[in-house]
Design a protein around this ligand. Structure first.
Ligand SMILES: Cc1cc2nc3c(=O)[nH]c(=O)nc-3n(C[C@H](O)[C@H](O)[C@H](O)COP(=O)(O)OP(=O)(O)OC[C@H]3O[C@@H](n4cnc5c(N)ncnc54)[C@H](O)[C@@H]3O)c2cc1C
Length: 393
C-alpha cells in the first residue's frame, strides 16, 4: 500500500508534536510517527514528573552550539511567552520554582495531553509503534517504508531527539538520516550528566553520598551557582550537570563549597578572637559536619585554631573555596538529560529549519547541534524549532 501526505514527521516528542500541530493548523495533511508505544515519555518523566517546560529567562546565551547565532531566529519566532499562553489556554496551572524555571503544579502528563489534544484539533494522523525500515527520496518526494507500506510526502521532518535515556526510545535514527543525505554532524556527547572521578575522589563521594549543598562550580570563565550533591558514583546536582555540558575529561573544575563566605578571612579572624576554638567546630558552623570532618581529615588538621599556621589555614580554606578536581568521565547517555552536538547548524536554515542541501527535509529539536542549559531551555528549543518547521514545511 502507498499513501501520500503533505508532511511526515518522524518522532512524536516535544519538537515533533509541536511541528505537527502547527503544520496541521495550516491545513497541511500531516502524518506523525513514533517507534514508541507511549507518546511523549520524555516529557512525562521530565522535571521530576512536573516538566520544567520553559524558562522566563530564555535567551540565546543559555544555549550551546558551534554557531550560537543560529538559535536566535527560532527563539524569536516562538518565544517562552507563546508557550506560556498555550499552557494558559488549556488551564494548566504552573509555578516558578527558581531562576525563571516554570513547572506544572500537578503533572507533566498535562503537557502531553495538551499536545495530543492540539494534534487532534489540527487533524494530525498519529501512528505509534511504527518501525521504519527505509527512508529516502524518489523524484521530488520523500518517503518512509514501514513493513510493506510506503508513505510519500513533500516535506519530511526529523524530530527523533538525541541519544540520552535509550530505555525510553532514544535512537541514532536522526543522525543516520543526516548521513544518508550528506549532512555534517557535530560530534555527539552526553550532557547535563553527573560526573565521575578517580578512585580517591570517588571514595570521598561515596562516604559523603546523599549530602547536598549550594556551590559555585566553574570551568575557566563559565560558572554556575546552584545545588550540588555527592553520590555513590561521583558528583551530581544542577551545578554539576550544567558544567558537564562544557567540560571534558581531565579539565580542572573549580568548586566553591562556601560561595557566600571567604573561609580564610573567617579563620584568621577566629584565630585572633577565639584562639582556643577547635577548627572542626568553627567550620561546622558553615558547612555540614560530615563534609567538615572529611576536609579536615584530608588536610590533616585538627585541634585548636591557634596551633595551626596561617599557611595550613590557607590550604584548608582553598580546599573549601577553590576545590580543584578533574572528572575522569560522566555517567553517559544512561542518565544524561541531553545530547551535546548533532546536525551541524551550518547545514540548516535558521529561519525555517530546512536542510540547505535538501529542500523539503527539516531537522528540529535535540537532534540539531543546539543544547540548552538546565532549566527548561531544552524544551523551549523543541517548541521553538518545532513551531518554525511547522510554518515552513
Ligand atoms: C530525565 C530527563 C528529564 C528532562 N527534564 C527536562 C526538563 O524538565 N526541562 C527541559 O527543558 N528539558 C528536559 N529534558 C530534556 C528534554 O526532554 C529534551 O531536550 C526534549 O525532549 C527534546 O525534544 P525532542 O522532541 O527533540 O526529542 P524527544 O523528546 O526525545 O523525542 C524524540 C522522539 O523520537 C522518537 N524516536 C527516536 N528514534 C525513532 C525512530 N527510529 N523511529 C521513530 N521514532 C523515533 C522517540 O521515541 C521520541 O518520542 C529532560 C531529559 C531527560 C532525559
Amino acid at each position: 500500500m502507498t499513501q501520500k501526505y503533505d508532511i511526515i514527521i518522524i518522532g512524536a516528542g516535544a519538537a515533533g508534536l509541536m511541528s505537527a500541530i502547527e503544520a496541521g493548523k495550516r491545513g497541511r495533511k500531516v502524518l506523525l510517527v513514533d517507534h514508541s508505544k507511549k507518546i511523549g515519555e520524555k516529557i512525562r518523566i521530565s522535571g521530576g514528573g512536573r516538566c520544567n517546560f520553559t524558562n522566563t529567562n530564555t535567551h540565546p546565551s543559555k544555549f550551546i552550539s558551534k554557531n550560537p547565532k543560529f538559535i536566535i531566529s527560532a527563539l524569536s519566532q516562538y518565544t517562552q511567552d507563546d508557550f506560556i499562553n498555550l499552557i494558559k489556554k488549556h488551564n494548566i496551572k504552573f509555578h516558578e520554582k527558581k531562576l525563571g524555571q516554570l513547572f506544572c503544579d500537578e503533572s507533566a502528563q498535562q503537557i502531553v495531553d495538551m499536545l495530543l489534544l492540539e494534534c487532534q484539533m489540527a487533524n494530525v494522523s498519529l501512528k505509534k509503534a511504527i518501525i521504519i525500515t527505509d527512508t529516502g527520496k524518489q523524484g521530488d518526494q520523500y518517503f518512509i517504508t514501514v513493513g510493506s507500506d510506503k508513505y510519500f510526502c513533500d516535506s519530511l521532518i526529523i524530530a527523533t531527539g538525541g541519544l540520552s535515556v535509550p530505555k525510553i526510545g532514544a535512537s541514532n535514527f536522526g543522525y543516520e538520516i543526516a548521513k544518508k543525505f550528506n549532512l555534517n554532524i557535530i560530534k555527539t556527547l552526553p550532557a547535563l550528566v553527573p560526573l565521575t572521578f578517580n578512585e580517591k575522589i570517588l571514595a570521598m563521594c561515596k562516604e559523603l553520598s546523599g549530602l547536598s549543598l549550594e556551590a559555585i562550580v566553574s570551568l575557566n570563565k563559565i560558572c554556575f551557582e546552584e545545588g550540588m550533591i555527592f553520590t555513590h558514583r561521583g558528583l551530581s546536582g544542577p551545578s554539576i550537570l550544567q558544567i558537564s555540558s562544557y567540560c571534558k575529561t581531565g579539565d580542572n573544575i573549580k568548586i566553591n563549597l562556601s560561595p557566600k563566605l571567604d573561609i580564610f578571612k573567617l579563620l584568621i579572624s577566629e584565630k585572633n578572637v577565639n584562639p582556643k576554638q577547635d577548627i572542626n567546630n568553627i567550620i561546622s558552623k558553615i558547612l555540614p559536619k560530615r563534609l567538615v570532618h572529611m576536609i579536615c581529615k584530608e588536610n590533616d588538621v585538627g585541634g585548636h585554631i591557634s596551633e595551626l599556621s596561617n599557611k595550613l589555614l590557607k590550604q584548608l580554606s582553598n580546599s573549601i573555596n577553590t576545590w580543584v578536581i578533574n572528572p575522569t568521565g560522566s555517567e553517559g547517555y544512561r542518565t544524561a538529560e541531553v545530547t551535546l552536538g548533532g546536525i551541524d547548524t551550518n547545514e540548516i536554515s535558521s529561519k525555517t529549519m530546512m536542510s540547505i542541501k535538501n529542500p523539503g527535509l527539516f531537522f528540529i529539536g535535540e537532534v540539531v547541534d543546539v543544547t540548552g542549559h538546565l532549566g527548561g531551555y531544552n524544551f523551549q528549543w523543541a517548541w521553538s524549532s518545532g513551531f518554525v518547521a511547522g510554518q515552513y514545511a
